[in-house]
Design a protein around this ligand. Structure first.
Ligand code: DGY
Length: 320
């Protein structure tokens, strides 16, 4: 009998084929893992899970006594209760090292789109409002030579700094748990405390992983510290931002605008006030979502899963 694994929100068939040869693969897409009866039934005998953003908590682990590994198809792993998994001998892995440039392209892209009002002016053209010379009502703001503050200078943060400094002559400020000397040397990034970054940046780009320390990192106080002319960009996780505070800051014009790829609840609800602001650019968590990069991530996730299920140490093991 083949060993059972679950593929959760993991649809790339090229990567899945490799698993189908060896395992009984149960594919689940967009189900509620807390309530779906078939999912709960399969969990009882499953040895491995590969996929995206499955909340692996005590409740799930209790239902999966044979589970050996959860291979996350993402760099972020805030969905995994690593401490609880470690206690039970369940491995957790992620997919770093293959998506940094792609994610930096996307996040710098929404920064540009927000500053230059690309989505808004696309709508302006397509809805027939372009009737003559542009007026100040259509003007945007410059990106080049401005100051970009990056909160979270890991590999993706550094790839954004590269684009900003080498391509757009931007000054880079950053705040991080540790100094990133490479980014300082290569992209003229200057380390500073969070408040200084917020006060001095024209663009504030949040790129931290979601941890207990970074949850709600951006709240009322932080938005008030930002320049009124500044744009806030979130490429990390929605829960790093207090959305109510962001909405208030936008309503009170405490900041100029925002570019968001991540939200407290994904998919974002249509009645979320953030969707009402013309000066907020929104994308559906597209950071790594290009065909090329998603395939590389999926292959790495499969490699990690196979290692864990064949008694080898997975390349991207997260457990301490
Ligand atoms: C990541 O890899 O963490 C991306 O945000 C996709 O979830």
């Amino acid at each position: 009998m083949k060993r059972k694994i679950i593929a959760y929100n993991f649809e790339l068939t090229e990567a899945l084929e490799k698993l189908n040869e060896q395992f009984e693969v149960h594919v689940f897409d967009s189900i509620n893992p807390k309530t779906d009866p078939v999912f709960k039934q399969v969990l009882k005998n499953v040895e491995g899970i590969v996929g995206l953003a499955l909340p692996v908590d005590q409740e799930l682990l209790d239902q999966a006594p044979n589970l050996k590994i959860v291979s996350n198809n993402s760099t972020g792993y805030n969905n995994l209760s690593i401490e609880e998994m470690t206690k039970r001998g369940v491995m957790g892995t992620n997919t770093p090292g293959v998506l940094e440039d792609t994610t930096a392209d996307a996040i710098f892209g929404i920064l540009l789109a927000s500053a230059r009002r690309i989505a808004e002016l696309d709508h302006f053209v397509k809805s027939g409002n372009w009737k003559g010379h542009l007026t100040t009502a259509e003007y945007a703001i410059d990106v080049h030579h401005k100051t970009l503050g990056i909160i979270g200078m890991g590999k993706i943060g550094a790839a954004i700094a590269k684009r900003a400094n080498l391509g757009f002559d931007m000054n880079i400020l950053y705040h991080n748990r540790n100094r990133n000397l490479q980014a300082e040397e290569k992209y003229n990034a200057n380390y500073c405390d969070l408040d200084t970054l917020l006060k001095e940046s024209d663009f504030v780009c949040l790129m931290t992983p979601l941890t207990p320390e970074t949850e709600n990192l951006m709240g009322e106080r932080e938005f008030k510290l930002m320049k009124k002319s500044a744009i806030f960009v979130n490429g990390s996780r929605g829960r790093t931002v207090n959305e109510t505070a962001l909405i208030q800051a936008l309503r009170n014009k405490e900041i100029h605008g925002a570019a968001l790829d991540v939200y407290q609840i994904e998919p974002i609800k249509l009645d979320n006030p953030l969707l009402q602001f013309p000066n907020v650019v929104t994308t559906p968590h597209i950071g790594s979502s290009t065909y090329e990069t998603e395939l590389k991530m999926a292959e790495l996730a499969v490699e990690n899963l196979l290692a864990g299920l064949t008694g080898k140490r997975p390349k991207n093991l997260i457990n301490p």
